[in-house]
Design a binder for this molecule. Structure first.
Ligand SMILES: Nc1ccnc(=O)[nH]1
Length: 470
């Protein structure tokens, strides 16, 4: 058992523990995306007024654009052997990284909560124990699996991907027995704002994976091709999300009133009753499990990265691991139980609003890694506030704040709508601004900051010094 439970967290994965191939990224991200929240997201595009035909095209564009950004993060994993958020220390400073980190933690607790509410419904129905017990059971299984860690997460992703793919084929057939595809796609009326909304919904969906993508590629052998990692990640994530979202958009077009607000019940009702219904409840919960584990593990990793920046640790004991994981699980479950009846709709808005705070992070992290640092970081300095990355990088933090503020005029949420939304016909393109503005600003601000750049000779053997250090 000891060999099964993961020991590592924020520390570098040494070469002798590296294993697997880039294809594992395809199966994990397929499994993470073939699930009910993605179905709901696709349905929203139609609910907000896009014709199903254009909704599907918009969703695909967003999945591809957001997916490309998330997959660029994935390719960092094999190269550095580090989880995702710790690489932000190279841009923001060892302590400055806490600024984007804190927001990422809040976001993943929020995703944990909203996912657990849907899965808790399914577990409650399946076990006849009700939603509250369902949420608690689901959270406990999530935390246990996250504690076992990397290998189990990949295994579950593979199994869930397969099981959910079968279920989605079945549900797709049932849907098309009830509704004629030609009729659903017949309306070709185009309206730019709702089309752009469909693009934003799926782009945000993908971008929200960004802060933990490399966590799941960091055990791949160092020489795994970055291209292969990129394409397998992109392929799995886009295929899974687009498939689920297509199903959701068509379901919403076929039965607008019946689907929205009754997602779990509607999906099960499509399938049938009795044993089939029980199976579908199981599949819905199982489908949410992969992503919920990712949210727990990602929240945990971000929390450890934040705290260790101040306390100077470079690794974590088994007890510390469990304690941090339990902390994320308890927080997520508490929010789920408090919010299950009321605020989850506005909560979704809150989550999209939070996205505003880390599209600039993605832009800065990627521009630095690929264009300025050229895929090389001085790994020991990532844990040294007196090292080349410093404690607080004011330049990067300023670009980050400007990147967040630049989006405000473009934001359209339930509780705040910026002044430039109406001139754009009601469309929210803030995520594009949140990527482009900080990317350009950071490039100009940091490209001559040569003291920060790692010695090219560090490129291959860069992990060695950390081993002795901690
Ligand atoms: N799109 C998402 C990203 C991260 N976590 C989620 O639950 N969903």
């Amino acid at each position: 058992m000891a060999g099964v439970i993961e020991r590592r967290s924020i520390d570098v994965v040494p070469d002798d523990e590296r294993h697997g191939s880039a294809v594992s990224q395809f199966t994990l991200w397929l499994g993470a995306n073939l699930q009910v929240t993605a179905v709901v997201t696709g349905a929203l595009a139609v609910v907000f007024g896009a014709a199903a035909f254009w909704a599907l095209i918009g969703l695909l564009l967003g999945n591809l654009a957001g997916g490309a950004v998330m997959a660029l993060h994935s390719a960092q994993g094999p190269r550095l052997g580090l989880p995702q958020m710790i690489t932000s220390r190279a841009q923001f400073g060892v302590r400055g990284a806490v600024v984007p980190l804190a927001l990422v933690i809040v976001m993943y607790i929020g995703f944990f909560a909203s996912g657990s509410v849907l899965a808790g419904q399914a577990v409650g129905e399946l076990t006849h124990l009700g939603q509250t017990t369902g949420i608690v059971l689901f959270a406990a299984v999530t935390a246990l699996a996250a504690a076992v860690g990397y290998r189990l997460i990949h295994l579950l992703g593979k199994v869930a991907g397969l099981v959910c793919a079968l279920a989605f084929v079945y549900l797709g057939v049932r849907l098309l027995e009830r509704a004629d595809l030609g009729t659903l796609l017949h309306d070709r009326g185009f309206a730019l704002p709702v089309f752009l909304l469909a693009v934003s919904l799926s782009a945000s969906w993908q971008l929200a994976f960004g802060p933990y993508v490399a966590d799941y590629s960091r055990y791949l052998p160092r020489h795994t091709s970055p291209r292969a990692t990129f394409w397998w990640t992109l392929g799995g994530s886009v295929l899974g999300a687009q498939w689920s979202m297509t199903f959701g958009a068509l379901a919403a077009a076929a039965a607008p009133g019946a689907f929205v607000g009754h997602e779990v019940g509607y999906l099960v009702g499509l399938g049938g009753t009795g044993l089939i219904a029980s199976l579908l409840y199981f599949v819905i919960a199982f489908g949410k499990l992969t992503i919920n584990i990712l949210n727990t593990y990602g929240g945990f990793m971000s929390l450890v990265t934040s705290v260790s920046g101040f306390r100077g640790q470079r690794s974590l004991s088994a007890r510390g691991r469990s304690a941090y994981l339990a902390g994320i699980m308890v927080a997520g479950t508490a929010v789920a139980l408090l919010g299950k009846d009321s605020f989850l709709t506005s909560f979704k808005d809150f989550l999209l609003f939070l996205l505003t705070f880390f599209t600039p992070w993605s832009a800065i992290n990627l521009v630095d890694y690929y264009l300025i640092s050229k895929e090389r970081y001085d790994v020991p300095a990532l844990s040294d506030p007196a090292g080349r990355y410093g404690a607080w990088n004011v330049r990067a933090l300023t670009v980050y704040v400007v990147g967040v503020l630049a989006q405000l005029p473009f934001l359209a949420t339930a509780f705040y709508t910026g002044p430039l939304v109406a001139p754009l016909g009601g469309a929210d393109v803030s995520w594009l601004v949140g990527l482009a503005v900080p990317a350009v600003l950071y490039w100009f601000a940091a490209r001559h900051d040569t003291a920060r750049l790692a010695d090219p000779r560090l490129a291959e053997g860069q992990q060695a010094p950390l081993e002795s250090g901690g």
